[in-house]
Design a protein around this ligand. Structure first.
Ligand SMILES: *[C@@H]1O[C@H](CO)[C@@H](O)[C@H](O)[C@H]1NC(C)=O
Ligand SMILES: *[C@@H]1O[C@H](CO)[C@@H](O)[C@H](O)[C@H]1NC(C)=O
Ligand SMILES: *[C@@H]1O[C@H](CO)[C@@H](O)[C@H](O)[C@H]1NC(C)=O
Ligand SMILES: *[C@@H]1O[C@H](CO)[C@@H](O)[C@H](O)[C@H]1NC(C)=O
Length: 490
């Protein structure tokens, strides 16, 4: 690149230098510098003319790197060029005189520019001091030096990592006010004010363009000439998209799998939500490490917070579903579903009640029978043969010995035998009926619970089904809003 520069300079100088590019420092020139009556290095070239000395600056940006949001600075590697006219140094040689000795350069007057917002700056001196001075026959002095600068840049990170930054490098004269020294950006066509190495690549930033400007300021000591070089850099967001946005968006998508999981598998759903929540907070922490602790909200904070809110929303949705599943039937009367369930339940309960009545009836009959010491047969007869009381009234005495009554006794025995058999059958029936009742009531109980659950379950399932559409839709809309806000409207 230096070769490119030198060739550019040679083109500028060709009309003055003739065949030779430059001539080495001559004894005559040195003598002039040393003779105080001929040359006073403490006086500016136009000190006694009453006009300011014009110093024209230009830069070639060789390298730019290490944009750091944490320390808010960046590195610059530049060829820094100054040009001024010092008629006291005019000479009769046929080509510009090259000065590349620092001691000789210090014997000449030169501007004292410095970089106001540089944290540190250094000349390069490998393998020798990286600088050159050309003194043209007409007194024009061209100075070129290679400087490494670490300059601070006040970054506004509210759009991080979708931001672009504007970093200004301020250049001032330290000692001379505007009335003595004026700094100007080069306006010559062949010496652009700021040129750049087209191959500058930074891992996380790209240099968009460079602008020059003035920042003349009035201080207590007078008005100072000030110049700025403004670098527009844009953050390469692909890295952040791949490393932060896509993974977190995928985690949000994974958290939606909750809506397809069974409402009963609480452990699976809770652990899925918690895992996704923790993963996002880990991601958010990793992002925080690379950034200074600014007090405002950055774009990445908005994203991370929203992703966390989405996953949190999934957890809330599960809690609501779980609650809805366990909702009791009685709490919400009136709905069509509850009406159906109510009817079904009342029918069921009616049937159970009927069976219960029957069982109770049989039980009281049994008790009656137990109270009567006369024997079971009477109940049975009572129940099965309504004529029996009449027979008994005809024959109040059971111990019939008379012949005429034998028939009655025989008939009664037969009846008793028959009634005994039917009684045991009845008992079996009652017992089985009891079992059936217990069974039916238990089933009814289970069924009502199932019905109640069914209703809550339907609500929960409906919530799940809605969320399957609502959550992705809201996330999609959020994405449109987010990206258009940060990329288009700002
Ligand atoms: C300085 O220059 C003047 C004028 O050319 C001359 O008279 C004088 O001798 C020189 N002084 C020295 C120390 O060379
Ligand atoms: C400095 O530049 C200004 C124009 O910017 C010009 O008017 C002035 O004459 C120049 N001064 C000298 C000493 O060349
Ligand atoms: C340059 O040469 C001319 C004539 O040869 C002479 O008059 C003049 O003083 C010289 N200038 C310098 C700076 O030596
Ligand atoms: C600042 O000073 C320079 C000369 O050093 C002049 O060209 C420029 O117009 C001034 N700018 C402002 C804003 O005063």
């Amino acid at each position: 690149m230096i070769r490119f520069l030198l060739s550019a300079l040679c083109i500028i100088n060709s009309f003055e230098s003739g065949d030779l590019a430059f001539i080495p420092l001559t004894k005559k020139f040195l003598d002039k510098l040393k003779n105080e009556t001929l040359y006073n290095k403490f006086a500016t070239p136009t000190q006694y003319d009453g006009v300011p000395t014009n110093v024209t600056l230009s830069m070639f940006i060789e390298g730019m790197s290490s944009f750091s949001a944490q320390t808010m600075d960046y590195h610059l590697d530049v060829y820094f060029q100054e040009e001024w006219y010092d008629h006291r140094l005019a000479h009769n040689a046929s080509a510009p005189i090259l000065v590349r000795d620092l001691e000789v350069f210090k014997m000449m007057w030169h501007p004292d520019v410095y970089f106001a917002n540089a944290r540190s700056a250094a000349f390069q001196d490998i393998t020798d001091d990286n600088f050159l001075v050309w003194v043209y026959p007409n007194g024009r002095v061209w100075y070129d030096a290679r400087i490494s600068i670490v300059s601070s840049c006040n970054m506004d990170l509210w759009k991080y990592p979708l931001d672009s930054q504007e970093c200004a490098l301020r250049i001032l004269s330290y000692a001379y006010p505007m009335t003595v020294l004026r700094l100007l950006w080069s306006e010559k066509e062949d010496v652009p004010a700021i040129d750049r190495n087209p191959d500058i690549t930074m891992p996380d930033m790209s240099l968009k363009h460079i602008r020059t400007g003035y920042c003349n300021g009035t201080y207590a000591t007078g008005e100072w000439s000030c110049m700025t070089a403004i670098f527009y850099v844009e953050r390469e967001m692909m890295h952040h998209v791949m490393q932060t946005y896509v993974p977190t968006a995928l985690i949000v998508v994974i958290s939606w799998f909750n809506f397809w999981l069974e409402i009963d598998s609480a452990p699976a759903r809770v652990s899925l939500s918690i895992t996704t929540l923790l993963t996002i907070s880990t991601q958010a922490n990793a992002v925080k490490l690379a950034l200074p602790e600014v007090s405002y909200m950055k774009a990445i904070d908005v994203w991370m917070g929203s992703c966390m809110a989405f996953v949190f929303g999934v957890m809330i949705e599960f809690t609501i579903c779980h609650y809805a599943k366990n909702l009791e039937l009685g709490r919400e009367p009136g709905g069509p579903q509850s009406l159906i369930v109510d009817t079904a339940l009342s029918t069921l309960f009616g049937a159970a009640r009927d069976i219960d009545d029957l069982v109770r009836k049989v039980a009281t009959l049994n008790e009656e029978e137990g109270v009567r010491g006369d024997g079971e047969q009477h109940i049975a007869l009572n129940m099965l043969n309504p004529e029996e009381p009449r027979l008994r009234s005809l024959n109040p005495n059971n111990d019939v010995t008379a012949n005429g009554t034998r028939y009655f006794v025989g008939a009664e025995r037969m009846k008793r035998k028959r009634s005994k058999a039917s009684l045991s059958r009845l008992r079996q029936q009652v017992a089985s009926m009891r079992h059936a009742t217990v069974d039916v009531s238990r089933r009814a109980f289970n069924w009502t619970r199932a019905l109640r659950n069914l209703r809550g379950r339907r609500v929960a399932q409906r919530i799940d089904e809605r969320c399957r559409i609502v959550f992705p839709m809201i996330f999609f809309l959020f994405n449109i809003a987010y990206w258009s806000f940060y990329l288009v409207f700002n």
